[in-house]
Design a binder for this molecule. Structure first.
Ligand SMILES: [Fe+2]
Length: 199
């Protein structure tokens, strides 16, 4: 008997490392701390003990390079997902500075097609990982008694961070960030991306 497995409704996380991230991150790190110096309070969302900027990076010319990379990556993903041609992609992005002890509660991003994170500076693996939770909520009623954690059997999956790494995922996919247990700040940029028909 031949049994054929087919994944229905898979949840995909896309990842890449930006080519010239060393020079880019040096610049972004200085910009991130300069933003915090201008607005020490920042905003409070899912960040626990960490600093988060307003959603303003898309309007700041000094962040043009990373803004462009984010949009380029999302446009390629959208193409792979058969989005209709001719759409304009927009994003909102913000800086996260998570000192030792900081984390992010589990959440998802409504009203966007893609969300993601780009890592500027961190001390892995102690800085903590981004983790995703199985979005198939009904599957939590009867998890398989599996001996191996795979993307089919795990209820949570960690994605390791590294400077220069970009992760992009559907906005509806629940995620959080572990506690930073290193001695350094974990500095990243997060974003949400939408698309609209050109006018
Ligand atoms: Fe998030």
């Amino acid at each position: 008997m031949e049994l054929k497995a087919q994944a229905l409704f898979p949840s995909v996380v896309w990842g890449t490392v930006i080519d010239d991230h060393v020079a880019l991150n040096k610049e972004l790190l200085a910009l991130a701390y300069a933003l915090r110096a201008k607005d020490a309070r920042g905003v409070s969302r899912t960040n626990v003990a960490g600093w988060q900027s307003n959603n303003i990076l898309q309007e700041l010319p000094e962040f043009a390079q990373i803004n462009q990379r984010i949009l380029q990556a999302c446009e390629r993903i959208a193409e792979s997902q058969h989005f209709m041609p001719g759409l304009t992609f927009d994003h909102q992005a913000w800086v996260n500075i998570s000192p030792p002890g900081a984390s992010n509660q589990v959440h998802f991003h409504a009203n966007c097609y893609f969300s993601g994170v780009y890592y500027i500076s961190l001390d892995a693996p102690k800085c903590g990982s981004l983790f995703f939770r199985d979005p198939r909520t009904a599957s939590r009623m009867m998890p398989y008694p599996a001996t191996k954690q795979t993307s089919f059997t795990a209820t949570e999956i960690k994605m390791p961070p590294e400077p220069g790494r970009l992760y992009i995922f559907p906005g509806w996919l629940e995620h959080g960030v572990e506690i930073n247990q290193s001695a350094s700040d974990r500095v990243s940029i997060s974003f949400n991306v939408t698309a609209r028909a050109k006018i």
